[in-house]
Design a protein around this ligand. Structure first.
Ligand code: WQD
Length: 338
């Protein structure tokens, strides 16, 4: 049984392909290489000894998607990562985000609904909660008005999947990630942000290797213990493993509903300063940073209630923030040949 991983050469996608191949799945990747490189295939092969099938394809091209499913007609499991995901960019270019993130999802579901049965794992985000009222955040926390077109595409995506699963033979699991960080321990794959990183951890590691002068800490006047914002930083390998478990749950028909939702986090909140201190500890380097005003659209805090993922999905994050920072730092130094 072949599993399709869209965006499988990306950060979370590539780590998930490794875990799928470790579990003996045959994988075919679709990626348009807009935010990834074909070299990532070498990293996956180096780790697992197996090269996944790869089709360079843009999911916005409906006929290309139809042709793919004619060629790979044994695909009934899909893990869908492919999407544009820069919050700031989505505010400047909303139509690019709505076209890319929504039409690609629709074309995939149109193919899957023709099959006798299909399993669909969707890459969603804790961003759908906005600033949740109560910490830690449970899956029944209200979905709030999206703070960006990016966040809106995740909310709309969840609704499209839910409505479609009701009237087709598609079963789905929506995985709401908190903040994915780190890299595979082999240092063969990791995060490869294009241009100036928007996210905290790649900006820290690029500062560590001297690519950036200093880190701007966006706000130290939040109502948190040290004044900096709090997030739930989850190791990308833990996150990848959750995807395999979720797919197996659907394939083995263990799901309790046509659509299930799980928060994927560690259950622990870490402030920006705590992340900086973790980096300094694991790297032995002092990180230059300066306090700056808050970033538009940022929330104060978000960390997951992991009970449902632990007790129903049967998955628990095992890797610490220090391990994540150490692996991110190893990867950054390798990428910069330091
Ligand atoms: C984390 C914290 C920043 C950069 C976003 C998306 C979310 C998901 C993860 C895709 C915040 C602070 C950051 C910097 C800083 N993406 N920060 N200086 O915003 O929590 O989540 O990425 O699914 O959907 O919304 O992650 O890493 O950008 O920021 O002080 O140079 O670090 O203000 O408090 P965020 P982030």
């Amino acid at each position: 049984m072949k599993v399709l991983v869209t965006g499988g050469l990306g950060f979370i996608g590539s780590h998930t392909v490794v875990e799928l191949q470790n579990e003996g799945f045959e994988v075919v990747i679709i990626d348009n290489l807009s935010n990834s490189s074909e070299d990532v295939l070498n990293g996956i092969t180096a780790i697992t000894g197996k090269t996944p099938l790869f089709e360079k394809l843009d999911l916005r091209e409906k006929t290309a998607v139809q042709d793919f499913f004619k060629k790979h007609n044994d695909v009934t499991g899909v893990i869908h990562f492919a999407a544009s995901k820069a919050v700031g960019e989505s505010v400047e270019q909303p139509l690019l985000y709505y076209e890319n993130n929504i039409s690609s999802l629709i074309y995939l579901l149109q193919e899957l609904q023709q099959k006798p049965e299909a399993s669909f794992i969707f890459s969603s985000s804790c961003t759908v909660y906005g600033q949740a009222e109560k910490m830690p955040i449970t899956e029944d926390a209200p979905v709030q008005l999206a703070m960006s077109p990016y966040g809106n595409t995740k909310q709309i995506g969840e609704e499209i999947i839910t409505d479609t699963a009701k009237v087709t033979n598609i079963s789905a699991i929506l995985l709401r990630y908190f903040n994915p960080v780190g890299a595979h321990e082999s240092v063969q794959i990791g995060e490869l942000p294009l241009g100036v990183p928007q996210n905290l951890v790649p900006f820290i590691t690029q500062t560590g290797v001297g690519l950036r002068q200093e880190l701007s800490v966006f706000g130290n006047d939040y109502p948190t213990p040290d004044g900096t914002a709090v997030r739930d930083y989850i190791h990308v390998v833990d996150l990848a493993k959750a995807h395999v478990i979720a797919l197996q749950r659907l394939l083995n028909k263990k799901n309790l509903a046509k659509v299930e939702t799980f928060n994927l986090g560690t259950g622990k909140g870490s402030s920006v300063l705590e992340v900086i201190h973790s980096f300094e500890k694991v790297s032995g380097k002092k990180l230059p940073y300066k306090m700056m005003p808050r970033r538009e659209g940022d929330i104060t805090e978000a960390y997951a209630n992991t009970d449902k993922a632990n007790n129903v999905l049967g998955w628990k994050a095992e890797l610490s923030l220090d391990k994540a920072m150490a692996s991110a730092w190893e990867w950054e130094q390798k990428v910069r040949n330091k």
